[in-house]
Design a protein around this ligand. Structure first.
Ligand code: HEC
Length: 115
């Protein structure tokens, strides 16, 4: 192979790889196309973002989110899902969770709150 052909091949490969990489969507789960469960998806988000204020030790607004039943109850009959999506008055108060995380709650609800 002539050197110019080799060079061309390298350049083309680099361009191709770069383009391909750019087109791979980021780890974007929005919308979520899989089964979402409390144990796998929801509980870790609650643990990391809510329990500082919603555990049985001094629960804000009396809302405790320690168990599956409590989180399900607040999601199903309470205001948990509207509040995590409320840009003007979000939970957690520090700001909206990422869209991917909020989408997990939507998919959890759509799937019937699987534990
Ligand atoms: C820094 C403390 C803090 C954190 C963290 C926090 N909350 Fe709250 N939360 C509050 C306070 C204070 C209220 C009551 C005032 C209000 O409604 O804004 C409240 C109210 C709520 C309410 C409405 C009241 C009710 O009883 O249903 C929901 C639902 C809620 N929080 C869910 C969550 C969820 C879900 C998370 C995590 C994603 C979270 N909160 C994180 C402090 C917090």
């Amino acid at each position: 192979m002539k050197i110019i052909q080799k060079l061309c091949l390298i350049v083309c490969t680099v361009i191709l790889v770069n383009c391909t990489t750019a087109e791979i969507p980021l780890v974007d789960q929005n919308p979520v196309n899989r089964t979402v469960t409390y144990t796998q998806d929801i509980q870790p988000i609650i643990l990391g973002n809510c329990l500082t204020c919603h555990s049985s030790v001094n629960p804000r607004n009396g809302l405790i989110l320690e168990t599956y039943e409590q989180v399900r109850n607040s999601s199903e009959t309470g205001t948990l899902i509207p509040r995590i999506n409320d840009a003007a008055n979000p939970m957690p108060q520090s700001g909206l969770l990422t869209a991917d995380r909020r989408a997990l709650f939507d998919q959890w609800r759509a799937g019937g709150y699987i534990e």
